[in-house]
Design a protein. Structure first.
Length: 713
């Protein structure tokens, strides 16, 4: 079999043409192509145009569970449109915090049905209409279709297109190439302008500097060409300049700022962006408008990376960590964001467990190497343990420095420089973070300060995440213990149960189900849902199951009446829906009664499916005198009775009746699937309408044509 197609191969080149075409057709200022490698849960940026890589670096890897437009588009299988900065702030506050500039964004999934290949994202400057125009929508849909065909074809030939280590930047199209004489005239024109001027290319590097502009900035033209401003002009490593540059690139609107050039000269930078970069006029600022330089701190030698860039990543990480719930979320966010922010080649994240440092995440190191350092005692003199016990971070620009500080340390990681950061929250040691560099790296003062602050931020997030995980584990263990661990074997029936917790962040719920043999040819099944998501709901669920068991054998209406009286006596303050069914396999019939529960479905052996309409019954726990009517219905051989909680059909913004109709249609389409596969199909159908806000319980009961089928769970 042939190997995968790398991002420099012909497979990606075909994708480049399609991306460039849709950017041109829609007049988009930004184009992004994300690919989803097989078996991964991370979208990786493969191609981009119209925006520098340094701006997109925080979104070079996007996990499908992230709250960002491209992840939502793939996860929900739909076009995501954000028409203004106000809408971005409302729906995606983390992204808006990092990019507070006016722009519109559309993200569309690339999928051919069973396979998600990635996502296409386009951006436009300024605020736009509430929805994309029909032309833009059609162009994106056609583009995604073509991209999906190319990716499907490449994978079918055994050469899947995979993203490279870094996204590939596509140059913007030029309407015409200037003649040499025209280019020379343009350069002469720029030299004659008062003040100075320069131009930054699509990646933010100098590609033109006038002699006057170089003189104003205090260096030579040759020194500037091909370099990023902050690389050759430390005083331009300024948050204001960086923010205005990002604003110009993203919004494509002219902007300006003033920056102090040491020792005491203020320069005004007027930025004029387009698809090919940013043109800048440089003018000495009016002394009357400039702040009193005697009241300002002189810029210090910048860290690497620059202060503005590091702060940009720091804000982005802070925003994303607010959305992290469990430890895994924190690990993923830290490993994704820290390394590009500080240009490290390796990272290891550790937490304290029983007096040892347990490695919970790493990148740039092999698993075999991490196994050697895992579970180091806190009492050891290893740097990661020592910084945690002392609370003082340590930075080593070379191996000689490390060896002087820790003579007994044995370094096997092949790196040249290290930062060992203690993770301390509320005065307690949570763990340690290690950053490593392939080449000698000098940690300047402001970089050390940022890394130290970052360690505190990560420590707090980890502390919250560990508490969350512990609480969730305890709650889910309680819930699992209250659900039946196994369902009884019933000759003549196949029974399959599925349970799916609600979307992450919810506490445990009160969904329950049960199967009870009541005689040689009779069986009772029940399903219900206690109001709310809490330990109290789970405890009440256990009481309801016990009450139903105690009255099993009575007609369904009487079972619900007795259970209702018990619950109203307990007065738990929570209400419960319940559906109870008695199955008579000898007579091929079912008796049913409901207490405010979604109606059951019956699929006949020929695929015909119907909703069983039951007399309405009040929720349990409201009125002790409530009555519940029993209804009898045929249960032919080979039919499937579908019992479910509302988590299977209800989602925010959907009509329950329409959702039930959709479930009926799905049952009809499923054909003659085995009952286990049918259960998985129905659960998958429900998860397409994410995010769900409730638990999901499903109980399928199939009468057999003969034989001795078994019960599965």
């Amino acid at each position: 079999m042939q190997g995968p197609v790398a991002t420099t191969g012909s497979g990606l080149e075909q994708l480049e043409l399609v991306l460039s075409e849709v950017v041109r057709e829609t007049d988009a200022s930004v184009g992004l192509l994300y690919l989803l490698p097989p078996g991964e849960e991370v979208l990786r940026l493969a191609l981009l145009t119209g925006v520098p890589q340094q701006i997109m670096a925080p979104w070079a890897r996007v996990r499908l569970g992230s709250a960002v437009p491209v992840a939502d588009a793939v996860r929900e299988g739909r076009l995501v449109w954000v028409g203004s900065q106000e809408e971005l702030a409302r729906r995606y506050p983390g992204t808006s915090l990092v990019l507070p500039h006016p722009f519109a964004l559309a993200a569309a999934p690339i999928s051919d049905g069973p396979t998600d290949w990635g996502c296409l994202a386009l951006g436009w400057p300024g605020s736009r209409l509430p929805q994309p125009t029909p032309h833009e929508r059609d162009a994106m849909q056609d583009c995604c279709r073509r991209l999906g065909l190319l990716l499907h074809s490449a994978a079918g030939m055994g050469r899947p297109v995979l993203p490279g280590a870094q996204p590939r930047m596509l140059p913007p199209p030029r309407s015409r190439a200037p003649e040499p004489a025209v280019a020379a005239a343009a350069a002469d024109f720029a030299e004659r302008l008062p003040g100075g001027c320069c131009a930054l290319d699509e990646q933010g590097r100098f590609n033109f500097v006038s002699a006057a502009g170089a003189e104003l900035m205090g260096t030579g033209v040759r020194t500037l060409l091909g370099a990023l401003p902050r690389q050759v002009l430390p005083w331009l490593d300024d948050p204001v300049f960086e923010d205005r540059y990002r604003a110009a690139v993203i919004s494509r609107e002219s902007t300006s700022c003033s920056v102090l050039k040491p020792p005491d000269r203020w320069l005004s930078f007027h930025m004029y962006p387009d698809a090919h970069g940013v043109s800048i006029r440089i003018i000495p600022a009016d002394t009357d408008e400039a702040p009193d330089s005697s009241a300002l701190l002189r810029p210090t030698q910048p860290a690497s990376p620059g202060r503005a860039t590091a702060l940009y990543y720091l804000v982005h990480l802070a925003a994303t960590l607010t959305e992290a719930l469990g430890v895994r979320d924190v690990v993923e966010q830290v490993t994704d964001q820290i390394m590009p922010a500080f240009r490290a080649q390796a990272l290891a994240l550790m937490v304290t467990e029983e007096g040892r440092l347990k490695i919970i995440g790493h990148r740039g190191y092999t698993p075999e190497l991490m196994a050697l350092f895992d579970a180091a005692p806190l009492t050891s003199n290893a740097p990661a343990a020592h910084v945690l016990t002392t609370g003082i971070p340590r930075f080593f620009a070379g191996f000689a420095e490390l060896k002087r500080a820790y003579p007994n340390a044995v370094v096997r990681d092949g790196k040249s420089s290290w930062a060992f950061l203690p993770l301390i929250a509320s005065g307690r040691g949570v763990g340690s973070l290690v950053l490593a560099y392939d080449r000698p790296h000098t940690f300047a003062e402001d970089e050390r300060s940022i890394l130290t602050a970052l360690a505190g931020l990560i420590a707090q997030a980890l502390d919250r995440a560990r508490l969350y995980d512990s609480t969730q584990d305890l709650a889910h263990s309680l819930q699992a213990s209250l659900l039946p661990q196994a369902l009884p074997h019933v000759p003549g029936l196949k029974v399959v149960a599925r349970y799916l917790p609600a979307t992450r962040g919810m506490d445990i719920g009160g969904d329950f189900y049960d199967v009870m043999r009541t005689g040689p040819a009779t069986t009772a099944v029940t399903i219900g849902d206690v109001q709310g998501h809490s330990v109290n709901a789970a405890a009440l669920m256990g009481q309801v199951r016990t009450a139903v068991h105690a009255t099993t054998g009575a007609p369904p209406g009487e079972v619900l009446s007795r259970t209702n009286r018990l619950l109203t006596d307990l007065d738990p303050g929570l209400f419960t829906s319940c559906l109870h069914v008695c199955l008579d396999l000898a007579r091929h019939k079912a008796c049913l009664a409901t207490a405010g529960h979604p109606p059951p479905l019956l699929r006949h052996a020929d695929g015909r499916t119907e909703v069983i309409d039951l007399p309405a019954g009040l929720l349990l726990g409201i009125d002790p005198g409530a009555e519940y009517v029993t209804k009898e219905t045929p249960l032919p051989p080979g039919s499937v009775l579908v019992l479910y909680t509302d988590g299977l059909v209800e989602a925010p913004g959907t009509d329950p009746d329409e959702a039930i109709t959709g479930l009926v249609d799905e049952l009809v389409r499923s054909g003659h699937q085995p009952i286990d596969a049918l259960a998985d199909t129905l659960v998958h159908h429900a998860t397409l309408s994410t995010p769900r806000s409730d638990d999901l319980a499903l109980l399928l009961v199939q009468t057999s044509h003969g034989g001795q089928p078994s019960v599965r769970r």
